[in-house]
Design a protein around this ligand. Structure first.
Ligand code: 4AD
Ligand code: MG
Length: 477
């Protein structure tokens, strides 16, 4: 008999038919009731075992974590909590699990502990829900762009440039670290390295994305990016996935509209396709929030937060307006910020971003026109000569979820900015060629995929929304 997935059994209007299910035992109570999960849904299927007609030996092997195959009749369930159950007629143990040694016990484990056994955490309700939602979001991102005629471009993972000019790169080399070749100046001789030059893992596919956009029109990338920044926070990973659309003929307004539309689209898709998982995660978050003091609890539950984002327009203000709001805020006056806002020009910390979103506007905010000193070289310079056409989308609980800009399409302005910022223009002539030949106004942005998953799942640590997190001093599995 062919295997039926548990989701199909639970979703089907049919009953009183024979089915075979396979999965992992979550619990086994009273020598009779198995809660079986196969990952197709957050919901377990209850199997009812006839213990009088099942060998004692087999019953003993039905333990938490064991893998089994069971055949029987799907019937309406008399017990509460489920519509159907499977009346088992034959049961086979596919893989034993020693209950004494199995690290996942049928009780609540802390997320910290589960992080240490990330190879098994897929088997918990929380993590299976998170990774199904992650999958749905990834699929929704592709749908969104494909429906609009964007071309998915695969940009390289190994590069010789620093797209953000921030120097936070992981070096890629095959040189013998114990015996580095030196040149006449005594510096490392990268001409002897694999690529004949110094190379690194990409921090962003944007620059290559721009090359494609200035020919294909609308493109996007979706791939892993790497940052060797020593930030041990709940929002930073050393390896994360980024979605970077880049559009010819877009200005900053078009860019903001696209970002807003995309975020709302993918969140709606998750709400529609992962209703059970999100309901479960919403409960989980509510439980977690109960541990916090009253004033730190969020006013909305997860479902409400997600709907709030899909149903409200994002507030759009300039950096300069944001600084005024922050400087005049009671929070600033009462010195509640770790970094007080005292002057125009400072970079915003996530505490400021979250204040604007959660306390002041109470909705997602897009900040534009940042001081050029705190933004990357490729952003379009404004007439005021102080600010650039940048945009950051700020989300509740997260802070910055998207960073983007209109790009500097004027060759001489770009070159001048690169010189000011000590970006080696001679190594980037391939990038400058887009401005030399048929330059066009264009814009784009980068969405940190894990920050999106963090928001939609209501998890609070970015390490819990990627299967195997890479963070400073941590590269297990
Ligand atoms: O703001 P960032 O650095 O912008 C860029 O990389 C541009 N090249 C994007 C573009 O215009 N095409 O990064 C973009 C987003 C951030 O808003 C954040 O969501 C995420 O990437 N991000 C990280 N996510 C997890 N861990 C990190 N260390 C991250 N750094 C950035
Ligand atoms: Mg940024």
């Amino acid at each position: 008999m062919n295997r039926t997935k548990i989701k199909a059994v639970l979703d089907s209007p049919q009953q009183n038919y024979q089915a075979c299910v396979k999965g992992w035992v979550r619990t086994f109570r009273n020598n009779q009731f198995i809660a079986l999960n196969d990952g197709s849904t957050i919901n377990n299927l209850q199997l009812v075992v006839d213990f009088n007609n099942t060998p004692e030996e087999t019953l003993k092997r039905i333990t938490t974590g064991a893998c089994i195959s069971a055949t029987g009749e799907v019937i309406a369930s008399l017990g509460k909590g489920q519509k159907y159950e499977l009346k088992v007629s034959s049961l086979e143990i596919l893989g034993d699990s020693d209950a004494e040694k199995y690290p996942l016990q049928p009780k609540k484990h802390s997320l910290e502990f589960l992080r240490e056994i990330a190879h098994l955490r897929f088997r918990t309700s929380t993590f299976s829900a998170v990774f199904r939602v992650r999958n749905t979001l990834a699929n929704a991102v592709h749908q969104f762009f494909q429906q609009r005629g964007f071309v998915w471009v695969h940009t390289p993972i190994i590069t010789a440039s620093d797209a953000e000019g921030a120097g936070q790169m992981f070096r890629v080399t095959t040189l013998d670290l114990n015996n580095l070749p030196k040149n006449e100046e005594g510096a490392i001789d990268y001409t002897q390295d694999f690529f004949g030059k110094s190379t690194n893992l990409t921090v962003s596919g944007q620059l290559e994305g721009e090359l494609a956009a200035t020919a294909l029109g609308d493109i996007y990338t979706f791939g892993p990016t790497f940052r060797a920044e020593n930030s041990n926070t709940t929002r930073h990973l050393a390896e994360f996935w980024m979605i970077e659309p880049e559009m010819a003929f877009y200005d900053l307004n078009d860019n903001m509209n696209l970002a807003e539309e995309m975020l709302q689209y993918v969140i709606k898709e998750a709400l529609e396709n992962c209703a059970d998982d999100i309901a479960f995660l919403s409960e989980r978050l509510a439980e977690e929030e109960k541990q916090k003091p009253q004033q730190e609890r969020s006013e909305m539950n997860l479902l409400e937060k997600l709907k709030f984002c899909t149903e409200n327009h994002f507030e759009r203000i300039t950096y300069t307006q944001a600084i005024d709001i922050l400087r005049e805020s009671n929070h600033n006056k009462k010195k509640k910020f770790t970094y007080l806002i005292d002057k125009w020009g400072v970079d915003l910390q996530s505490e400021h971003e979250r204040y604007l979103v959660e306390k002041h506007f109470k909705k997602p905010v897009i900040l534009t026109d940042y001081p050029k000193e705190i933004k990357a070289f490729y952003m379009r310079q404004n007439e005021d000569e102080k600010t650039v056409r940048a945009m950051d989308v700020l989300f509740p609980g997260i802070g910055e979820i998207i960073g983007g800009s209109q790009r500097e399409e004027r060759y001489s302005k770009l070159l001048q900015r690169m010189e000011e910022m000590h970006i080696p223009a001679h190594e980037m002539s391939w990038y400058l060629d887009t401005r030399r030949f048929g330059s066009c106004p264009h814009a784009g942005f980068g969405l940190g995929f894990e920050r999106l998953v963090l928001f939609v799942t209501g998890m609070t640590n970015i390490r819990d929304v990627i299967p195997f997190a890479r963070t400073p001093k941590n590269c297990e599995f």
